[in-house]
Write a protein that binds this ligand. Structure first.
Ligand SMILES: [Zn+2]
Length: 103
């Protein structure tokens, strides 16, 4: 993880997500680097501020196919309460319990 990133204040659900991500990245011998957790600048109302989101460095993967594979694996490995968003520089993973099944 980056030297300036503080994991203090992260909710336990995000430790679960980080463990899953580390295992997936390890399949490719890549380090799982947290670029932002509770700190950093985020949009208003972001789950980062309440410890329910992490950002993971994307550029450790240079192959676009692997990026897509990792994204798919993250989504498959985490329960539906987690959202995995592929951003230009990072994966944003957040935890937000779904309210019922209003499809
Ligand atoms: Zn984020």
């Amino acid at each position: 993880m980056g030297p300036k990133v503080r994991l203090r204040g992260l909710k336990p659900e995000m430790n679960t997500a980080l463990q899953v991500a580390r295992d997936i990245f390890a399949l490719y011998q890549r380090d799982c680097i947290v670029t932002s957790a509770v700190d950093g600048k985020h949009s208003r109302g972001s789950l980062h501020y309440v410890g329910y989101a992490v950002d993971l460095r994307r550029r450790v993967f240079t192959d676009p196919g692997q990026v897509d594979d990792v994204t798919a694996m993250l989504r498959e490995s985490l329960t539906p309460e987690y959202d995995v968003v592929l951003e230009p520089s990072h994966w944003h993973i957040e935890f937000q319990p779904k309210r019922g099944l209003n499809l």
